[in-house]
Design a protein around this ligand. Structure first.
Ligand SMILES: Cc1cc2nc3c(=O)[nH]c(=O)nc-3n(C[C@H](O)[C@H](O)[C@H](O)COP(=O)(O)OP(=O)(O)OC[C@H]3O[C@@H](n4cnc5c(N)ncnc54)[C@H](O)[C@@H]3O)c2cc1C
Length: 424
């Protein structure tokens, strides 16, 4: 018998947002989540004696994230501006990072002239191939890889333009207590409205026809409904048929899965280290370098003694099979070079350490989405419901400049719920 339920697969920001919107309108909703806990790529670990948790997933609010702010306000969760100066470490010496930014006007000038979409590498080869532009090339690629987790050989340069134009580096915030406070709020709202959240359920197959869908889990359970919103990350949907972790559809969805494969899904390793004392400049915000873990940041303006390391994009490949303990060693070694300090001494002052390789996480398989030149409209293709029955949502299925963020996930979840409600 077909249940009147609406199914949602995935209890990250997108799935919980969709569930709440539907339940508020009186729909019966069941959420199936692969992990034992909700939050997905929002993953905070409480830090004893500190109000700031160790944030292994999302951490910042980037610029004008309207829906995020709206939800934080309604939940009474505070957020604060991040602060601090940016440094670049060269040969163990910290320099003002400002000098590295001088190239951007020239880069943007050329970008403004571009009418056709090409990859970032093609763009740099076309306009900045000469030796005199070496630093510009390095700087731009570092930003695309570090910030967007993108592969310069695939990413659409026009999509970067759109995103970077909107990006407001001056207005970056952190949620007090971490983004998991927002997840808690959404989850509580869902539960209060009668949503059933079932954790530990890994969906591997969907049987569907118009007005009917059955989600089958790897332990053989079947959940039937009239409609489903699928918020499984693109990294998981990209797993090839027949490989472990793949998600299949009967009948198949060649157009939607073609769009999934055409989208970029970057890699990231995030390392969070707490020391017994600060050995970095008090005013430091971000510290960039050419070390293997190249980007580091402090918790400024908080006096916390936590440093966070970040490696994103294709360079993650070099470290992809390293266990957490080795990643922490590598991170300490990178820090010892950045600050010209003995890595053994740094290790002795280490109080807590976490390293998370999101590419190895079976339920994310990477960091977040970027737009490629292969199919710039892939997000729109995926955003179209299949026969008013299958709806895709999540950070990658979002049409604005905030692609890849918590805001994108929330917006996409709300949009999918609205589509379900209005039947288009
Ligand atoms: C290290 C890192 C740092 C980030 N930093 C920021 C930041 O500072 N600011 C920002 O805005 N964004 C950041 N992001 C991006 C942000 O975390 C994501 O865009 C957002 O959380 C995605 O939400 P989602 O609901 O679309 O997907 P997810 O949060 O991934 O939720 C999808 C859910 O589906 C579940 N799932 C997967 N497969 C299955 C299956 N087969 N069956 C059932 N369930 C399944 C997963 O377990 C997961 O809970 C960061 C991401 C990472 C990885």
């Amino acid at each position: 018998m077909v249940d009147e339920n609406i199914l949602i697969i995935g209890a990250g920001a997108s799935g919980l947002m969709a569930a709440r919107e539907l339940a508020r309108e009186g729909r019966r909703v069941t959420v199936l989540e692969a992990k034992e806990k909700t939050g997905g790529r929002i993953l905070d670990i409480p830090a004893s004696g500190s109000t700031i948790p160790f944030m292994l997933g999302a951490e910042f609010i980037h610029g004008n994230a309207e829906l995020t702010f709206e939800l934080l306000k309604e939940a009474g969760i505070e957020f604060s501006n991040i602060s601090g100066k940016s440094y670049f470490s060269r040969d163990g010496k910290l320099e003002d990072y400002g000098s590295d930014q001088e190239f951007w006007p020239e880069f943007n000038e050329k970008l403004d002239l571009l009418t056709e979409d090409i990859t970032l590498t093609e763009f740099l080869d076309r306009y900045f191939k000469e030796e005199q532009h070496k630093e510009l090339r390095e700087s731009v690629i570092r930003f695309a890889e570090g910030y967007d987790a993108a592969d310069a050989n695939r990413v659409s340069v026009l999509s970067l333009k759109k995103e970077w134009e909107q990006d407001d580096q001056e207005h970056q915030y952190r949620v007090e207590g971490g983004y998991s406070k927002l997840i808690e709020h959404l989850e509580n709202e869902c539960l209060d409205a009668g949503v059933v959240i079932v954790t530990g359920k890994v969906v591997s197959h969907f049987n569907w026809s118009r007005g009917f869908v059955e989600a089958i889990t790897i332990d053989g359970e079947r959940y039937a409904a009239r409609k489903v919103i699928i918020t499984i990350p693109l990294g998981v949907l990209q797993i090839k048929d027949g490989s472990a972790g793949a998600v299949n559809f009967t009948p198949p969805l060649p157009i939607r899965m073609g769009a999934v494969r055409a989208m970029g899904f970057g890699s990231v390793i995030k390392v969070v280290l707490e020391f017994d004392q600060c050995f970095w400049p008090e005013d430091a915000g971000f510290i960039f370098s050419n070390e293997i873990i190249p980007v580091w940041w402090t918790q400024n303006p908080s006096p916390s003694k936590v440093l966070t390391g970040w490696l994103a994009g294709p360079s993650v490949e070099k470290l992809k099979d390293k266990p957490e303990s080795e990643l922490i060693e590598i991170a300490l070694d990178a820090l010892s070079k950045i600050f010209e300090l003995d890595s053994k001494l740094l290790g002795a002052g280490l109080k807590h350490a976490h390293a998370c390789n999101w590419t190895n996480n079976p339920f994310s398989r990477g960091a977040y989405t970027y737009t490629t030149v292969e199919e710039p409209n892939a997000a729109a293709v995926l955003g179209n419901a299949v026969q008013e029955t299958l709806y895709f949502a999540g950070e990658g299925i979002y049409h604005g400049p905030q692609i890849g963020t918590v805001e994108a996930a929330l917006m996409s979840g709300r949009e999918a719920a609205r589509r379900v409600l209005s039947g288009y």
